[in-house]
Design a protein around this ligand. Structure first.
Ligand code: TIU
Length: 223
């Protein structure tokens, strides 16, 4: 029989088959977490996202030790910007926006330094990296195909930002039939009140989008 992963969570215990679960780390890129990238260009204090790094690192170590599938995502665009909708390019009326040159290279463009994942959370051999042009990780990507091929039914979601790319991905995943567990300390937002509300939205109404726990509870359950 299968030994289920049973995690203390809200609104109630989350259980999943670890062999059919994946840790999905969303957009932990320099462009969102370091000065001079997209997050800063939007006017945000990027230091607010750094609290998610250590909890994700600890969770990543536990997932790798257990042989759980780990998937990384990156938001960004082709160098010719052919996958960048004008509506996204023009949003914010930014002087220096997507595709423009910044201190970490062209903002949110694949292959540029700013587009890369932060060093602490670098992928290792065998971990799929999903490049996505939108906020959700399912839109215009092969994420769903990869998950279905591996028989994955449950997702452990972390990364940034809670109410934007994590929530969009959570909602896309929920409608596709995946059970989703969100890490409260492994996610972060430029707006602490949005972070809190976004987590509250997941677990309200009996867990309308899924479950919320923290990295310590998850790691304890994975031992
Ligand atoms: N990855 C992600 O959340 N993209 C964003 O643009 N987030 C903001 O909060 N702006």
């Amino acid at each position: 029989g299968v030994t289920l992963l049973r995690v203390a969570a809200e609104p109630y215990e989350f259980s999943a088959d670890p062999a059919r679960s994946a840790l999905v780390i969303i957009d932990m890129q320099r462009d969102f977490l370091e000065p001079g990238g997209f997050g800063a260009a939007l006017g945000n204090d990027v230091t607010l996202l750094r609290s998610a790094i250590a909890p994700i690192e600890a969770t990543l170590d536990a997932a790798r030790a257990r042989g759980m599938l780990v998937i990384h995502t990156r938001e960004g665009h082709r160098p010719d910007l052919s996958d960048l909708p004008p509506a996204k390019k023009s949003r914010g009326r930014l002087a220096c926006g997507i595709g423009d040159a910044g201190p970490m290279g062209r903002i949110l463009v694949r292959g540029e330094a700013g587009h890369g994942l932060i060093g602490e959370l670098a992928p290792i051999e065998g971990e799929p990296v999903i490049d996505k042009p939108g906020k959700g990780a399912f839109y215009a990507t092969d994420l769903e195909t990869i998950l279905r091929q591996r028989g994955i039914g449950s997702l452990i979601l972390c990364g940034v930002t809670t109410e934007v790319c994590v929530h969009t991905t959570l909602r896309e995943a929920n409608d596709r039939g995946f059970e989703c567990l969100v890490l409260s300390d492994g996610t972060a937002s430029y707006f602490p009140q949005f972070h809190a509300s976004a987590l509250a939205m997941v677990k309200a109404q009996g867990g309308i989008f899924g479950w919320v726990t923290d990295s310590a509870a998850l790691i304890a359950a994975m031992q």
